[in-house]
Design a protein around this ligand. Structure first.
Ligand SMILES: *Cc1c(COP(=O)(O)O)cnc(C)c1O
Length: 400
């Protein structure tokens, strides 16, 4: 019998087909190997598994429910629309799933401090939360531009006890924050742990983050069967780096279920207007891994844009690149306008304000539902939209 997909991939070098791997300087390679070996051991450890289960239940509020969006389903008159409510996770998004796992791994490895980068601040807040829970130090590197733009999240991180390090070189945004955080980590890899924010980066991060997020899919499959007696026809999620999508896809990957990743089309399909790396990208290495990425004419990471700051990354998790090029997953795009429409639709029809990131997946479901009567669509609602309300109202008003 063939091994289940999740046991087969990645291979021992961190490859999903030709994607993934570890393209890093010697010093980082050694630190990554240490994390990989520790993870392989610790992930089998009964104490580790038991403590993670307890954290998920008592602290995070898992399992998160699946909700049948009956008003939207009636209004659109086609497929049944179901939501996996990751917005109900403590801190309001799926990110805590991997942050608590990474922090627990750090604790088992005897580390005292967590280091990471953050773009919009969502990963920083989730990691600062995990650090507070475990009584660990936390250092978040953030571009100066983002510090000004994402002020509330900077305040949150500081209240939670994290140190926010402003990154002042280059474009002063996410890419430079990654470089700065890695540099800080390499100064003391013995006492610190680098905790990445998605299924990206060098091996073993794409695997570790996927494994911690897989709980979303495991729960969803069981809940959906119990609720409806069958599996969904389509499972969909937004894709930035790809962690919430890999989380829910993991539960259905060996089933005859369509898996659709939704990428941000931003303002349009011209270079610089979007962040649809799977749709328009080509093979390339960035941040230590090989994947599909958006490049400029000199092969460097291209400028990207999306109304959802959690989705504007010029590459994508290598596992997504593999699954997509193998034909196991499909990819759709949703632009800013469609995402904002869906943001208001879900808010006004169901009383759930979604994150703008998650609104991309909701928009896709609303787009295809009318033509799919008798089918069932499961949407991963990756996060709640409280963080986005001021921005949305200022730019778009209150919706019709
Ligand atoms: C960060 C974030 C995303 C994008 O990250 P993935 O790794 O692609 O899941 C999506 N939704 C929310 C709510 C986020 O905070």
């Amino acid at each position: 019998m063939q091994k289940p997909y999740l046991k087969q991939f990645p291979d021992t070098e961190g490859y999903f087909g030709k994607f993934g791997g570890s393209f890093v300087p010697e010093a980082i390679a050694k630190a990554m190997e240490e994390i990989n070996n520790a993870y392989d051991l610790i992930a089998q450890n009964g104490d580790f598994i038991g403590e993670l289960r307890k954290i998920r239940k008592d602290y995070q509020g898992r399992p998160t429910p699946i909700y049948f969006a009956h008003n939207l389903t009636n209004k659109y008159g086609g497929a049944g629309i179901y939501l996996k409510r990751e917005d109900l996770n403590h801190t309001g998004a799926h990110k805590l799933n991997h942050c608590m796992g990474e922090a627990l791994l750090a604790k088992f490895m005897g580390k005292k401090k967590l280091i990471a980068e953050t773009g919009a601040g969502q990963h920083g807040v989730a990691l600062a939360t995990a650090a507070a829970y475990f009584g660990m130090e936390c250092e978040i590197h953030m571009g100066e531009v983002d510090i000004i733009k994402e002020h509330p999240n900077v305040v949150r991180m500081k209240i939670l006890g994290a140190k926010v390090i402003p990154v002042t070189f280059g474009a002063k945004t996410l890419k430079e924050a990654v470089d700065s955080a890695f540099e800080a980590y390499l100064k003391d890899p013995i006492n610190t742990m680098y905790a990445i924010g998605s299924v990206v980066g060098p091996h073993p991060f794409p695997k570790i983050v996927r494994d911690f997020q897989a709980i979303v899919g495991v729960e969803a499959r069981e809940q959906f069967l119990e609720m409806t007696g069958e599996l969904p026809d389509i499972v969909t999620a937004c894709v930035g780096g790809g962690s919430n999508a890999m989380g829910i896809f993991s539960g259905f990957i060996d089933d005859a279920v369509d898996l659709v990743g939704v990428e941000p089309l931003g303002l349009g399909n011209k270079f610089g207007e979007h962040a649809a790396s799977l749709t328009y990208g080509s093979e390339g290495v960035m941040h230590g891994f090989n994947s599909l990425m958006l490049k400029d004419s000199s092969g460097e990471p291209a400028p990207v844009y999306s109304v959802a700051s959690g989705l504007d990354y010029p590459s994508v998790g290598p596992e997504h690149a593999y699954l997509y090029t193998q034909g196991r997953t499909q990819v759709a795009t949703i632009d800013d306008k469609e995402a904002i429409q869906a943001f208001f639709e879900l808010s006004k029809c169901e009383g759930i304000i979604p994150a703008i990131e998650s609104s991309h997946a909701v928009a896709y479901a609303l787009k295809i539902a009318p033509k799919l009567k008798g089918k069932k669509i499961l949407v991963n609602l990756s996060g709640r939209g409280d963080k986005d309300i001021d921005f949305v109202v200022k730019k778009y008003g209150y919706g019709e």
